[in-house]
Ligand binder design. Structure first.
Ligand SMILES: [Cu+2]
Length: 115
């Protein structure tokens, strides 16, 4: 008589636990890639807020004007060369505020906040 009861309890737990966990935690979120367009001698948008594991892709689409993405400040990421076309992609794995500039146009500034 004892064994069937134990088996029923095990079955009940196996069924109940996944449902409970799913309800209590946030839904799974897959990593995203956000795009910053470089044109009109600016970064658009100049401030991004992303989650750890996400990537940022800077697209160089300013006709006839070359730019770069150069990391500045305490928290650094891989900078890009100066270029006219193409893109530069960086995956951010650590929290922090990452500031960057275009060294050719010092008024071109941006930041990526990783939460
Ligand atoms: Cu520039």
């Amino acid at each position: 008589m004892k064994q069937p009861q134990t088996a029923a309890l095990v079955v009940a737990l196996v069924v109940a636990i996944p449902a409970g966990v799913g309800a209590a935690s946030a839904p799974a979120r897959s990593a995203q890639t956000r795009t910053v367009r470089i044109h009109d001698i600016g970064f658009h948008s100049s401030r991004l807020v992303i989650q750890r594991g996400d990537s940022v892709r800077w697209k160089f689409v300013d006709p006839e004007v070359s730019h770069n993405v150069t990391s500045r400040g305490h928290t650094r990421f891989r900078s890009s060369p100066t270029r006219l076309t193409g893109s530069h992609r960086v995956r951010f794995t650590r929290r922090g505020t990452y500031r960057y500039v275009c060294t050719i146009h010092p008024n071109m500034r941006g930041s990526v906040v990783v939460r």
